[in-house]
Ligand binder design. Structure first.
Ligand SMILES: Nc1nc2c(ncn2[C@@H]2O[C@H](COP(=O)(O)OP(=O)(O)OP(=O)(O)O)[C@@H](O)[C@H]2O)c(=O)[nH]1
Ligand SMILES: [Mg+2]
Length: 289
């Protein structure tokens, strides 16, 4: 084998909405890079995190739910697919037309089945679920996982690693993500909107990070929350600015946890009428239209 060759490649994390894909990416890469949320379809663009088990490199790609089209579009450039399906519903979910079609589209790439939310099943019963799953498809591995507790993560990592090809290093040693820091910070803020605002308003609010810099030993972030209707502005700000202050507090905490730097966040609310119906604005704010 030529010198310099190491296991280096991409692993796609795919699954139906709210199965725990972002939680899984964070557990695999021991980061908080991908925001986790209670409500479905919270991830809207891929989030990447590169980890280095041993001398290897794996770039995990967290994707929006399979019900959308993003995960499908990158099948061709990944080496392994981790399909995350909840343990309790895996038989029905593997019969779901979207999942079936996705599995047919994987072009013979190795697919590792991760049985998520395994805490819903007693530990002594999990092996039986794995056995049942082996009869459903030709998986490169089947691993029960509980991302929020870290259970099954080492086994899943080993299974993925076995399917990563040997090649020259794909990623420079100094990087741990392919996303920009501004984008990742904007996603941390965007996720907090969903736990604070009515779903409809949160869904129509874009986050645009305008500045990240160092000030007084802290990470300074200035961001705009862009609403699509003037009537939503008041809702975002709240009585005497209380709602905005709450969003600021939650977001600063999330950014600090993600970056490891104490954050000072400056949030501004702006109106851009009907931006959700404007293709240029959608692209500008990072949405696939
Ligand atoms: N009980 C339990 N909850 C989990 C587990 N993994 C994730 N969750 C929870 O499931 C919810 C969704 O988690 P996410 O990681 O955001 O799920 P996702 O698949 O990325 O969601 P979308 O991006 O919206 O499709 C959150 O409330 C998580 O805390 C698990 O193993 N067990
Ligand atoms: Mg997600």
């Amino acid at each position: 084998m030529p010198s310099g060759m190491i296991p280096s490649g991409y692993a796609l994390v795919a699954g139906l909405s709210n199965t725990g894909k972002s939680s899984l990416l964070n557990a695999l890469t021991e980061t908080n890079i991908s925001p986790v949320a209670l409500q479905p379809a919270s991830t809207r663009m891929p989030i990447t995190a590169i980890c280095t088990p041993g001398n290897a490199q794996i770039c995990f790609v967290d994707t929006p739910p399979l019900e959308g089209r993003y995960a499908w579009s990158i099948i061709d450039w990944v080496d392994v697919i981790v399909l995350l399906i909840n343990i309790n519903t895996f038989e029905q979910d593997l019969e779901n037309p979207v999942v079936k079609h996705f599995l047919r589209s994987t072009n013979k790439k190795p697919v590792v089945l991760a049985l998520g939310k395994s805490d819903f099943v007693k530990p002594e019963h999990r092996a039986a679920f794995v056995t049942r799953a082996t009869y459903t498809n030709q998986f490169a591995g089947i691993v029960p996982v509980i991302p929020i507790l870290g259970d099954g993560i080492t086994e899943l990592m080993d299974t993925v690693l076995r399917n990563i090809p040997m090649r020259n290093r794909l990623f420079p040693r100094c990087i741990n993500t392919l996303n920009s820091k501004r984008f990742l910070i904007s996603e941390q803020i965007r996720t907090q909107l969903f736990s604070t605002l009515p779903l409809e308003v949160a869904g129509e609010t874009a986050v645009q990070v305008e500045e990240t810099s160092q000030r007084d030993g802290k990470l300074y972030v200035r961001a705009n929350l862009i609403v699509s209707r003037a009537s939503s502005k008041g809702m975002l700000i709240g009585r005497r600015g209380q709602t905005l202050e709450h969003i600021n507090k939650l977001s600063s905490k999330a950014i600090t946890e993600f970056t490891g730097e104490k954050c000072r966040l400056d949030l501004w609310v702006k109106v851009r009428e009907a931006w959700t119906e404007n293709k240029t604005a959608l692209l500008e704010f990072g949405y696939v239209c």
